[in-house]
Write a protein that binds this ligand. Structure first.
Ligand code: WQD
Length: 332
C-alpha cells in the first residue's frame, strides 16, 4: 500500500510516516520545507531503518502533484501540508487562504484525475469554535472560527463535504486534532516551530532550555478549577497512530473523528507536571488573557474508539518527558 503524505517532514506528518512504516505501509513524502527541515528525512530513516521517497515540491504547482501521481501508484493520501500558525494567519490572511485552499483544491483535482479517492484530512478542533458545552463531539455543527487559519480548516471540511455529495465513491476521513504535543521517544523528531512559539508546549520548552526567560500564562481568571485555560493535549505518537487506524478501519464514505484524550488539562497542571517529571523549574508569570482564547474545551473521543478501535495510550507525564527529551537532544 503506497500512501502520499503531504507535509510529511512536519511535526505530525513525520511522526505519522514512522507509524505507517511500522505497519509495513510505504509512505511517499511531499514537503515544500516551508515549516520543516530536510534533515528530518534522515532522522526518519534512522528511526525506522527504511528509506523514503521525498518530493521537495509545493502543492500549489499542479504539475508537481501530477508528476508524483505519474511516478507512483498512490492508494491514498494523508494531507497535512498547510500553513498552521494562528497568529501569522491573522497578520497575513491572504497567504493562508491562497496556500491552504489552492493547494488542497489542486491536490483533490489531481487525485480525481488519477482515480485516487481515498483521503485523510488533517483538520482541527478549532473548527468547533465556541460550543454550548466544553466537551466537543462530532455531532456538533462547526462554529465560528477565531482565525483565518481555523477558517481554512473549516472551509476545506466544507469543500470535502461538497465533493463527497457530488461523488460518493470518495472515501474521506476528517480528523480533528485538539492540542498535539510531545515527541517520538527516540528524541530524534519533535515539534520545531519557526520563531517565537505561539503554542504553550513549545514555549515551555524554550523556557526550560533557557532560550526564553519566562512563560507568560495568559490569564488565571477563567472559570476553571485553578483559573487557567483547559485543553485536551494529545501525544503526537498517539495522534500518528490514529491516522494509521483511520486508514485501516474507517468505514466507507465521509467520516469525521476527534483525535484526543477526552481529558482536560489546565496550563498550570501542565507546567507543574512538566516540572515534576523533568525535575526542573519553569519561570512563569500570570498576564492578561490572550484575545480569542476559550476557557475550556476537550474532546469526546468515543467515536474514534468505537469505529477505529483507537484511543490515546500516552499520559501527560509521557508528553512532558518526551517533549523535554527531544529538546535536550537538540541541544547536544
Ligand atoms: C493552550 C493554552 C493558552 C501559550 C492552538 C490553535 C489550534 C491548534 C492547537 C492547530 C491556552 C495557554 C499558550 C502561552 C499560555 N493548532 N498559553 N501561554 O490556543 O488551545 O490551540 O493550538 O490546529 O488551532 O488555536 O493552543 O498552545 O496556544 O494554548 O498561557 O505562551 O495555553 O491561553 O489556554 P490553543 P495553545
Amino acid at each position: 500500500m503506497k500512501i502520499l503524505v503531504t507535509g510529511g517532514l512536519g511535526f505530525i506528518g513525520s511522526h505519522t510516516v514512522v507509524e505507517l512504516a511500522n505497519e509495513g505501509i510505504e509512505p511517499i513524502i511531499v514537503d515544500n520545507l516551508y515549516n520543516s527541515k530536510e534533515e528530518v528525512l534522515e532522522k526518519l530513516e534512522k528511526i525506522t531503518g527504511k528509506k523514503f521517497n521525498l518530493y521537495k515540491y509545493d502543492l500549489t504547482e499542479k504539475e508537481n502533484i501530477e508528476r508524483i501521481f505519474n511516478e507512483n501508484e498512490i492508494d491514498a493520501v494523508i494531507h497535512f501540508a498547510g500553513y498552521k500558525a494562528v497568529g501569522e494567519s491573522v497578520k497575513n490572511p491572504l497567504m493562508y487562504y491562497s496556500n491552504n485552499l489552492i493547494s488542497t483544491i489542486k491536490l483533490l483535482e489531481v487525485m480525481k484525475n488519477h482515480n485516487v479517492k481515498n483521503l485523510v484530512f488533517s483538520s482541527s478542533a478549532t473548527v468547533y469554535g465556541m460550543q454550548e458545552t466544553p466537551k466537543y463531539t462530532e455531532k456538533m455543527k462547526r462554529g465560528d472560527t477565531t482565525s483565518p487559519y481555523g477558517t481554512t480548516k473549516a472551509m476545506i471540511e466544507k469543500i470535502l463535504e461538497d465533493l463527497y455529495a457530488s461523488d460518493n465513491s470518495w472515501n474521506i476521513i476528517i480528523l480533528r486534532y485538539f492540542n498535539p504535543v510531545g515527541a517520538h521517544s527516540s528524541g530524534l523528531i519533535g515539534e520545531e516551530p519557526n520563531g517565537i512559539p505561539n503554542n504553550l508546549m513549545p514555549y515551555i520548552m524554550k523556557v526550560a532550555s533557557g532560550e526564553l526567560e519566562t512563560l507568560n500564562i495568559f490569564g488565571d481568571d477563567y472559570p476553571t478549577p485553578d483559573g487557567t485555560g483547559i485543553r485536551d493535549y494529545i501525544h503526537v505518537v498517539d495522534l500518528a497512530k490514529g491516522h494509521v487506524k483511520a486508514l485501516q478501519k474507517a468505514p466507507k464514505g465521509l467520516n469525521v473523528y476527534n483525535l484526543a484524550s477526552g481529558k482536560g488539562t489546565s496550563v498550570l497542571e501542565l507546567v507543574n507536571t512538566f516540572e515534576r517529571v523533568n525535575n526542573l523549574k519553569i519561570n512563569y508569570k500570570i498576564v492578561e488573557r490572550r484575545p480569542g482564547d476559550l476557557a475550556e474545551y476537550y474532546a469526546d473521543p468515543t467515536k474514534a474508539y468505537k469505529e477505529l478501535g483507537w484511543k490515546t495510550e500516552k499520559t501527560i507525564e509521557d508528553i512532558c518527558r518526551d517533549a523535554w527529551n527531544y529538546e535536550k537532544n537538540k541541544m547536544n
